[in-house]
Design a protein around this ligand. Structure first.
Ligand code: NAD
Ligand code: G6P
Ligand code: MN
Length: 447
């Protein structure tokens, strides 16, 4: 089999170690000859780069590993580019969360006003990244995790309407399937056939089928959640805020048992209850900076200073656990490479998949994935309630992109007014004006 060249853009991401371990696990079915880590932050890049070199020296000695901040070196002749950048870093994420919260609205990484602010930062960097990748690798598959994925996917579709090789993905549907599998106890998530529709971070599983015997597991899963509560599959290693987030799924189901909701719906459907769990002084960004970010980079430093990966507990842990994030991106790349036709929940242009939603919306649905990219499976018409919710959220996402491309203050204000976490136009204006000041180095000027 022809060996592959892969670049990780945002190579200094806290998620890179999980992807590196995924590459090691998949070296037979997805064999690499060259791995490039690319990042704009020299310090993070060097730490992760040296860590990757020591890791691969032990587990993947035949692989050439380089790390660079030079775009041409990074993107030249790549087969796949995995993107996971965070424009503005965790410091800006903290403001995305705290500015809405101090105004009494949800402050979250990808939802509500926080997601809007992050989207307005991500769009420009992602467009420039794609342009640069295309100069050096016209046919590379670009698999993108960069958030807020719903807005990034829509903006990239608007900026590159003829692109067929950019895939926008989210690991949350797989994380949820892993959680269902642990709850049921007798099935692996890989043996589940999901039925799912919505927008990114705004969707529902309508059905979960057991691949082995066609049994419909949906009601069993709902029953278990209602009786036993809900928690992530890797609950032992999650921070407290994630446990609250999963547990709230039970309450969403108690109120409306129609479908299994994505965790992110709580910010929109239960904004008041969810707000009461959020601390405006110490948000998820603080938890990540004090937790995952410190853990990952202190581990890199430990490995680098001892000159061997053998001291790494992180690698041991990653090797032995299912990691939705690292495994998903590699499985997706593998499904394309081998034309596997496996099913994944992914973001694609609607084009009639859900006939009573706009053709051009980027929906998140189950796709068959092979060498031509994702082929969405038809969902059919959806009911009034879900259609109403999605149309409102899609209008918010579209107006956000329009505000970016047109530099329109009014469209930004309309976008935030439509967002269910805000609703009130005066409140939207107050939050928008504070976000504009905080993001002056990142956003286009809004007039
Ligand atoms: P992080 O800040 O640790 O990592 C992001 C890296 O990107 C940093 O090293 C930063 O220096 C780098 N970067 C920023 N701008 C860049 C640019 N223009 N070009 C190249 N590199 C750049 O953040 P993280 O928590 O590890 O998350 C990484 C990204 O993955 C975020 O966008 C996050 O929201 C996203 N994510 C998405 C999903 C999903 O389901 N789609 C899941 C997890 C994480
Ligand atoms: C899930 C979501 C991602 C999001 C991440 C946040 O994986 O699917 O889109 O970025 O959670 O995790 P964090 O630990 O950074 O809050
Ligand atoms: Mn996601």
């Amino acid at each position: 089999m022809e060996k592959l060249r892969v670049c990780i853009a945002g190579g200094g991401s806290t998620y890179t170690p999980g992807i590196l371990v995924g590459m090691i696990k998949k070296k037979k079915s997805f064999p690499l000859k060259k791995l490039v880590l690319y990042d704009i932050d020299a310090e993070r890049l060097e730490k992760m780069g040296k860590y990757a070199l020591l890791l691969m020296k032990e587990y993947y000695p035949e692989l050439e590993v380089i790390y660079t901040a030079d775009k041409e070196t990074a993107f030249k002749d790549m087969d796949f580019v995995f993107c996971q950048i965070r424009t503005g870093g965790f410091k800006m994420r903290e403001l995305d969360e705290k500015i809405p919260l101090r105004n009494g609205a949800i402050g979250q990484e990808t939802c509500g006003a926080g997601g809007f602010a992050y989207g307005m930062r991500s769009i420009g960097d992602m467009i420039r990244l794609v342009e640069e990748i295309r100069i050096h690798s016209p046919r590379a598959w670009i698999i993108n995790y960069t958030n807020p994925a719903a807005i990034v996917a829509l903006a990239l579709d608007m900026a590159f309407p003829n692109e067929k090789r950019i895939l926008n993905i989210c690991d949350q549907p797989i994380s949820l399937m892993m959680a269902y599998a642990r709850l049921l106890g007798n099935i692996k998530y890989q043996d589940m056939i999901p039925h799912y529709f919505g927008l990114n971070h705004f969707g529902w599983f309508t059905k979960i089928i057991n691949k082995n015997n066609n049994e419909d597991l949906t009601e069993k899963i709902k029953q278990k959640i209602l009786e036993e509560g809900f928690y992530p599959a890797d609950k032992e290693s999650r921070d407290p805020s994630w446990l609250v987030t999963y547990e709230t799924v039970r309450h969403m189901l108690e109120l409306d048992p129609t479908y299994l909701p994505n965790t992110y719906l709580q910010y929109y459907l239960l904004p008041r209850r969810t707000l009461s769990h959020l601390n405006p002084e110490y948000t998820r960004a603080n938890e990540v900076m004090d937790g995952r970010e410190k853990r990952v980079f202190s581990e890199c430093e430990r490995v680098i200073s001892s000159g061997t990966i053998r001291v790494s507990a992180l690698v041991e842990k990653e090797m032995n656990k299912e990691d939705a994030h690292g495994e998903m991106i590699l499985e997706i790349a593998e499904a394309i490479l081998h034309d596997q036709g496996r099913h994944y929940v992914m973001m694609v242009k609607n084009r009639g998949v859900i006939p009573n939603l706009p053709e051009e919306a980027i929906v998140e649905v189950v796709c068959e994935l092979g060498k031509e990219g994702p082929k969405p499976l038809p969902v059919g018409k959806i009911g009034t309630y879900h259609k109403g919710l999605i149309e409102q959220q899609y209008a918010y996402e579209k107006l956000t992109c329009d505000a970016y491309f047109e530099g329109s203050y009014l469209k930004a204000l309309q976008a935030l007014t439509l967002n269910r976490t805000i609703i009130d136009m005066e409140l939207a204006k107050k939050i928008l004006d504070e976000l504009i000041i905080a993001n002056k180095d990142y956003w286009p000027v809004l007039k």
